[in-house]
Design a protein around this ligand. Structure first.
Ligand SMILES: *[C@@H]1O[C@H](CO)[C@@H](O)[C@H](O)[C@H]1NC(C)=O
Ligand SMILES: *[C@@H]1O[C@H](CO)[C@@H](O)[C@H](O)[C@H]1NC(C)=O
Length: 592
């Protein structure tokens, strides 16, 4: 339906999600529990001011005055937005302010209602992803999953998107496009590109030091964890309710270690090896990437030639055919002209596109199979369109501010959080060799650590471990059996630090639970938030369907409903998770 807002990076990668608003409409069929409860218990929320600022479509964050308490303004579709003042530096609580931008889908219940349970905070990953964007696009479906007792609330972490200060090393979006290479790209295809990456990072981080040193001091996960506590307290609550994906699991685990007695509910989903992250290693993410790729080969065989155009009789055949295709585009890149733009399917584009699809198999594998088959026949359009973004345009004298989510925010968070790394080229070359030795996908993953070469050396006074805690409520961790960037192993490892926590395994490919339709998983999510129940240890949830047969979400839910006699709640949850797993624009420029 809609495109993601124009993103500033040339090449776009997802975090957990394809974030386009879902084209699937269930609302007509749903039993509208929200409306129902709203009629029963509705009315404005006592203690909260709601300001209507006219046309939602013309919503601008500037029209929301930052405030020390929550003042909600109508914004986006059926959302409310607010900007909360927080200390820029928590060691100087009465000094300068940072401003956190927040978007929510409010619970239809009044705050006085005995059923009202307050906000669940969301983080979409990144690092540097926008929680505002997440809730603006997917808040409705997430709200349906967690239940009407909750406000579903996304915030832009400090440094990101609509929050202030914002990390940006460039004067204009045009300057960024002309210099920044985009998040993930392949290194090692020519003899000098590892060295060039090193040299480019030195310059980028020279700009960072020159232009933003004062801002960068205040950007790290420790400060964002404190912001989450402030947001919670601004709601009149003492304890956090939270669902974080990917990098959001670093944020969650950090919060839980810093404030173990401030947890009412916490789900961390697509769990990162937190110690590895804080060591700026990025060496344990790709343990299961080949499993995700294998699920494409095997799924294609199982689907047959009608549903998988890149079909061959065995997984090995398909794998070999893909290797041949890599070799072919290395020798001879395929020029592409689409309705929207133009470019090349070269080795870099093919590898990064395939890597990206591994995050969201249900949204992409069928299209990927068609794209690969066409590419083998010389037509690169469908493959290209999988990660296509409109060409960058600007009237260079339009004086418009540079807005939106930047790749620099990602660098700022991960390089500030993590241990300082060596600035030497030789060490980066060694690192590159190590990573590519561990995984063939290391050739593109090594660009993440490269962000930190020549990074300003700031005092590391923020919380960096240990990641342990006796939390006031047990944490629920979720891991997929074939997650391309957050292996299940890391969920089990992280769980050990938090007594009482439980790892729920989702037997699916893809990144985070939302990547595949599992009614089982999302029912546990609902039960955890609403009832406070955890799944039994060693619970494994299956999924519905396969990435290669793409039934419409409503049809899936209808069919399941007939077969299994779903309750109205189950029907709604299933329809929501199916649509989330299939929403297919790969749009946010973040690896985690
Ligand atoms: C894939 O492999 C099969 C069997 O090895 C072969 O017959 C077929 O032509 C290959 N297809 C492509 C597109 O390379
Ligand atoms: C948690 O509680 C146990 C048992 O009381 C104790 O042994 C352990 O040290 C505590 N861990 C932390 C991180 O406080």
């Amino acid at each position: 339906m809609t495109f993601a807002p124009r993103i500033a990076t040339l090449f776009a990668f997802i975090t957990l999600i394809a974030l386009a608003s879902s084209p699937f409409i269930f609302q007509t069929l749903r039993i509208d529990l929200h409306a129902h409860l709203s009629n029963l218990y509705g009315g404005p929320k006592a203690g909260y001011s709601t300001v209507t600022t006219g046309a939602r479509a013309n919503f601008s964050w500037e029209s929301v005055p930052p405030s020390d308490h929550l003042v909600w303004h109508d914004c986006y579709a059926e959302h409310q937005c607010a900007r909360l003042n927080v200390p820029l530096d928590y060691s100087d609580p009465h000094g300068e302010k940072a401003i956190i931008a927040m978007t929510r889908i409010p619970s239809p219940l009044s705050v006085d209602s005995p059923w009202y349970r307050g906000p669940i905070l969301f983080n979409p990953g990144g690092p540097g992803g926008s929680g505002v964007d997440l809730i603006a696009r997917m808040g409705k479906a997430l709200s349906t999953i967690v239940g009407p007792q909750f406000d579903v609330l996304g915030f832009d972490p400090r440094g990101v998107g609509n929050s202030v200060p914002r990390v940006s090393f460039f004067e204009t979006a045009a300057e960024r496009v002309l210099w920044a290479p985009g998040s993930l790209h392949v290194l090692g295809t020519s003899s000098d590109d590892v060295a060039r990456e090193w040299a480019r990072s030195k310059i980028t981080n020279e700009l960072a030091r020159e232009r933003q040193l004062e801002v960068l001091k205040h950007i790290n996960t420790d400060q964002t964890a404190r912001d989450m506590l402030r947001i919670t307290e601004a709601h009149g609550k003492e304890k956090l309710q939270y669902w974080g994906f990917s990098y959001g699991t670093v944020l969650g685990a950090t919060f839980a270690a810093m404030f173990p007695d401030k947890i009412e509910r916490m789900i961390i989903d697509g769990v990162v090896d937190v110690e590895n992250y804080y060591a700026t290693l990025w060496t344990n993410n790709l343990l299961d990437t080949d499993k995700t790729m294998q699920s494409f080969f095997e799924g294609c065989v199982a689907a047959g030639p009608d549903d998988c155009p890149f079909y061959a009789p065995t997984a090995e055949d398909i794998s070999r055919n893909l290797t041949n295709l890599y070799d072919a585009v290395r020798r001879k890149p395929v020029p592409v002209r689409t309705k929207l733009s133009y470019g090349l399917v070269d080795y870099n584009r093919l590898r990064t596109t395939i890597f990206t699809t591994l995050y969201k198999p249900f949204a992409t594998f069928a299209t990927l199979a068609r794209g690969l088959a066409d590419l083998a026949a010389g037509d690169g359009r469908i493959l290209f369109e999988l990660t296509e973004t409109p060409p960058f345009q600007c009237a260079c004298d339009d004086g418009l501010p540079d807005v939106g989510v930047t790749g620099e925010a990602q660098a700022a968070i991960l390089c500030n959080d993590g241990a300082d790394i060596s600035d030497s080229l030789e060490d980066f070359q060694k690192y590159f060799k190590h990573l590519t030795h561990k995984s063939s996908w290391g050739e593109l993953w090594s660009t993440i650590r490269a962000n930190c070469i020549g990074w300003p050396k700031l005092p590391k006074t923020h919380y960096r471990g240990p990641f342990i805690g006796n939390t006031s409520f047990p944490i629920l961790l979720i891991g997929n059996t074939a997650d391309p960037v957050t292996p299940l192993w890391a969920a089990k490892k992280t769980s050990k630090g938090y007594p009482g926590s439980v790892v729920l395994t989702q037997d699916s490919p893809g990144h985070c639970s939302l990547a595949a339709p599992s009614l089982c998983t999302q029912k546990y999510v609902r039960a955890y938030f609403t009832e406070g129940t955890l799944p039994d240890k060693d619970t494994v949830c299956g999924i519905i369907g396969s990435p290669f047969s793409q039934p419409a979400p409503k049809a899936t839910a209808d069919q399941m409903s007939l077969q299994h006699n779903l309750t109205p709640d189950e029907y709604d949850i299933l329809a929501s998770i199916t649509s989330l797993s299939m929403s297919h624009w790969l749009s946010v420029s973040h690896p985690l």
